[in-house]
Design a protein around this ligand. Structure first.
Ligand SMILES: Nc1ncnc2c1ncn2[C@@H]1O[C@H](COP(=O)(O)OP(=O)(O)O)[C@@H](O)[C@H]1O
Ligand SMILES: [Mg+2]
Length: 242
């Protein structure tokens, strides 16, 4: 296939291929700060809305399917959770559900998330207020993200439901393009260095601070701490090579 767009890094090309093929359950994993969440919210068919859940230990099923809440008139109303909203999308088509940090979900929430992301034939949920059996509308899709480094760290039940997993090991080119050009190559190389990785967010902060404060060394010290000198050297070397 020919296209005018510049080539994507392999991991992002894989995700593009997966979404274009109509795969609607995808797990993105790998180092933080590469654009996994952003991709979940924006890539592929998201016209019917994107709904995000960030898993924490404190999250409850209320966040997923909803909970009863007292309304102004004193009656109790059901407040829909994000998964239910994503099932309904814009009313005509199902939306995108983005479930961040899935590895942090606790037992009952995790089980509910698996049920709500099950295949459309199996997923059904009785609405406590209306008694209606809800099902995901056609077009409903799920992107789960996690910062674990290998899929082996994830529960078997999750891997079974999400057979398509893409390890994102490079920042998305669009995200890199928001950085000053002298930082891009180094930021791309630094995303997947294990303990020594530097997240895109740190580069964004450095870039902003450097241009506002006008003192590169100071900005580096504030953002990168005792790694500042090494990082500045690397950025300079990149600059010489360009
Ligand atoms: N394609 C993109 N275009 C512009 N900005 C992006 C893009 N992808 C990510 N970003 C920005 O980069 C940062 C990290 O992205 P995020 O999706 O939160 O990463 P992750 O989920 O992998 O930790 C965020 O500030 C986000 O807004
Ligand atoms: Mg994220």
């Amino acid at each position: 296939m020919t296209t005018d767009a510049p080539a994507l890094p392999p991991c992002w090309q894989d995700l593009d291929d997966v979404l274009r093929a109509g795969i609607d359950r995808v797990l993105l994993y790998g180092p933080p700060g590469t654009g996994k969440t952003y991709a979940g919210l924006t890539l592929g068919e998201v016209g019917a809305g994107a709904f995000r859940l960030v898993c924490t230990q404190d999250m409850t099923t209320a966040d997923v399917t909803g909970c009863w809440m007292p309304a102004a008139d004193g009656r109790w109303k059901w407040l829909d959770g994000q998964a239910l909203k994503a099932w309904r999308g814009d009313g005509a088509a199902g939306g995108r559900l983005v479930i961040d940090e899935i590895d942090r979900a606790s037992g009952d929430v995790f089980a509910l998330l698996l049920a709500m992301t099950d295949s459309p034939e199996s997923a059904a949920w009785e609405h406590p207020e209306t008694g209606r059996i809800e099902r995901p509308l056609a077009g409903f899709s799920v992107v789960m993200t996690t910062n674990v480094e290998t899929v082996r760290e994830l529960p078997e039940a999750l891997l079974d439901r999400f057979p398509v997993r893409v390890r994102i090991n490079e920042p998305h080119p669009q995200a890199l393009s928001r950085l000053a050009s002298d930082l891009r190559d180094y930021a791309a190389r630094s995303a997947d260095l294990g303990e020594r990785r530097i997240s895109l967010r740190a580069f964004f902060a450095f870039d902003q601070l450097r241009s506002r404060v006008g003192d590169q060394a100071k900005a580096a010290r504030i953002v990168f701490g005792d790694r500042a000198e090494g990082i500045l050297d690397a950025i300079r070397v990149d600059g010489v090579g360009r």
